[in-house]
Write a protein of this length. Sequence first.
Length: 218
Amino acid sequence: MADPTQEAAAPSRTKTLNSALWALAIPLVAVTGAVLAQFPWSWIGIVVVVLAGFTAPAVAGGFWNRAGAATFAAVTTFALGLFAGPSLFETYAKQVGEKTDAFVADTATYKNARNSERTVCRVVDTSGKVQDLTEQQNCQGQFKRGQHIVLYKDPLDVLEPWAEATDDRTVDVVGLYTTAGLFTATTATLFYAGTRRRSDRMDMKKLHGTRAVGRTPR
């Protein structure tokens, strides 16, 4: 005869494993999308982040019936996709990038299709190469025309260079801590929602209700 304790423990372990997988997979996908958004094919990364952002509340709210956790997980997942990419891009560029001296030939501010202002810096490096840096590359209005700056170039020549006023490879720990905090918050929220899911209770209530209706009165 089967041990009732072992029979009850098996579904519990399955639920915990299932919750852990979702809790890790969704924020990992969001981070992956955020990193891909730093590449020239940024639209792919944006799509991945959006998918992760909508999957989090769909799983926590739609499958596990945890509305509060679903809302919180959606917010933290989208925020993770927003912060992780620039923070990891800067960290990679400063720690691995090849230093190149350059000077700012010109700066400009323009309005895009959404009528929001964007800053562009036109720089010339020591090889004579001219390129336009965007806010994504740390051109945010802090550089002046004729200023000497340092570019950290991707050794694989895939990512765009990162600009700094001086040869300072210090990492922005605030961005990294924010990314780690959002990742932890998303994982913890989804794991809690999965292990405390209400869907199992609702299924049991429906099962008991069906049995009660099907009984023959004595």
